[in-house]
Design a protein around this ligand. Structure first.
Ligand code: GLN
Length: 477
């Protein structure tokens, strides 16, 4: 990505990004908030420091888009939910701080499904974001705004969160790279919690090189998030044999997956074989429980995390109330989206006395089976290549009234979150009608950098010499 220097000012980079952001907003509805004044002030400051010959950081003057569930005092943090409207955070998320310490400049906050519940960005209180390739289709979700901001070339990178696929799925719906790191790699401090045992912070980029840089900047332990891992990114001993054993999950090869996605996977497998890699077929029967387990475990955590929104502490408060109970009830009733309420109710139900054993406990056991199954798989292969989702981007409105159909879109993404594994969505082509197709590379815990390196190599092996040249010249914007 382009950073500010003596040759190109931060002001130019930031103004270009802001102009594009405003231009595309009406059609695509990407942003919840534009940070013009602050962004321009920061750009001027960086340019001043460059003039003085100071070290301005690895992301000097790089404009970026922030998913609207990261806390910072710049703009309201709404998580696209009415109940947080009017809430300006006194704290800054660790990830935001680390990016900005290196000179990155936030130009706007991006739209998402309210509280990151969804796979299409249609559950946003502010309305859906449109797909970058087709205005009648969904952007994917929940980080739809961030994916589209990068896909349209507004910014070279955007932040996302991935609890069950919310980075990888919109990345693949819009033809960009999206990384869900190993659980605990980047601090969750200052990120609106969805399901704390699977929430991960990650990024959207145009290429794997930028992803690597962002990981170097943000990964690592944080005293404010006790689940962060001791720094491993860029430090683990690397397995440098370029030839890999690549696992393919046979259980995903079925009619629930669209023919175009299956063809796309087979084509990539053939290319990998031609490049000398070995393909290993995997049978992973426990993965069929992943979706059900995910939609029990995460609502349980959602119900707990969202109970803090009571109309007293943050954002919106219902006006027409006489009693404290009415204050809670009316605020929640008016402030949460239907999907938020559905998850709160499911979560409380599966945890309640009498149902805990039948639902939550069973789901927790299924989770353990899935973790074990992945561990066994990685004894047979170095990494796994699978689709991200069973279909390319679907039509706006197509699934919004059918929660189960929407949940089924997540069947190939959620198991990684349950197991804490890293997954990198990579763009691999287009459907016959021009929609983006993506696949994901999955590795053992802490193999994040290897996945990124492998994606670089795949690009090198597959792309024309000309495209590769453009990339080496620093992005294709
Ligand atoms: N689509 C999934 C869900 O609705 C994932 C959401 C996410 O990763 N935030 O739960």
């Amino acid at each position: 990505m382009k950073t500010a220097s003596k040759d190109i000012s931060a002001m130019t980079l930031v103004k270009e990004a802001l102009t594009k952001a405003h231009q595309y907003q009406e059609q695509y509805h990407i942003f919840n908030y534009f940070n013009d004044t602050e962004a321009i002030r920061k750009a001027a400051e960086i340019d001043e420091r460059i003039k003085r010959g100071e070290n301005v950081g690895r992301l000097a003057g790089v404009p970026y888009a922030l998913k609207d569930n990261f806390l910072s005092p710049e703009g309201e943090t709404t998580a696209s939910a009415h109940i947080l409207e009017g809430f300006t955070s006194p704290v800054t998320a660790t990830a935001v701080k680390r990016l900005e310490d290196e000179g990155a400049i936030m130009i706007g906050r991006t739209n998402l499904d309210a509280f990151a519940h969804g796979s299409s960005t249609e559950n946003s209180y502010y309305g859906p974001t449109k797909n970058s390739k087709d205005l009648e289709r969904v952007a994917g979700g929940s980080s739809g705004g961030s994916a589209v901001a990068v896909a349209l070339g507004i910014v070279p990178f955007a932040t996302g969160t991935d609890t069950g696929g919310s980075i990888r799925q919109p990345a693949s719906f819009n033809g960009v790279y999206g990384l869900k790191p190993t659980y605990g790699t980047i601090s969750r401090y200052g990120v609106v919690a969805m399901a704390s045992s699977t929430d991960c912070v990650g990024f959207f980029t145009e290429n794997p090189e930028d992803m690597d840089l962002l990981m170097k900047v943000t990964a690592g332990q944080d005293p404010n998030d006790m689940t962060t891992l001791p720094d491993f990114y860029d430090r683990e001993e690397k397995f440098d044999d370029p030839i890999k054993k690549i696992g393919v999950i046979k259980d995903f090869d079925n009619e629930a997956v669209s023919p175009e996605i299956r063809t796309c996977l087979s084509r990539e497998i053939e290319k990998l074989k031609a490049a000398g890699h070995e393909i290993v077929e995997l049978n992973m029967p426990a993965l069929k429980y992943a979706l059900a387990a995910y939609y029990i475990i995460t609502p349980a955590e959602v119900a707990s995390n969202l109970s803090r929104h009571d109309g007293v502490r943050y954002g919106f408060r219902s006006e027409n109330v006489q009693t404290l109970d009415e204050l809670y009830n009316n605020t929640r009733n008016e402030g949460f989206m239907p999907e938020n309420k559905r998850r709160i109710m499911i979560g409380n139900f599966v945890l309640s006395a009498g149902f805990y054993d039948a639902y939550y406990l069973k789901a927790a056991k299924a989770r353990t089976l899935i973790i074990q199954e992945y561990a066994q798989a990685f004894e047979k292969c170095d990494l796994i290549l699978t689709p991200v989702s069973p279909n390319p981007a679907f039509k706006l409105g197509e699934k919004v009234d059918n929660p189960v159909a929407m949940y089924l879109e997540d069947m190939m993404s959620v198991s990684l979150n349950l197991a804490g594994l890293p997954g990198l969505a990579i763009p691999v082509g287009e459907t016959t009608n021009g929609l983006s197709l993506g696949l994901q590379l999955v590795g053992p815990r802490r193999s994040d950098q290897e996945l990124i390196n492998f994606a670089k190599r795949m690009r090198g092996d597959h792309e024309s010499a000309e495209d590769e040249h453009v990339d080496l010249m620093g992005g294709n914007d």
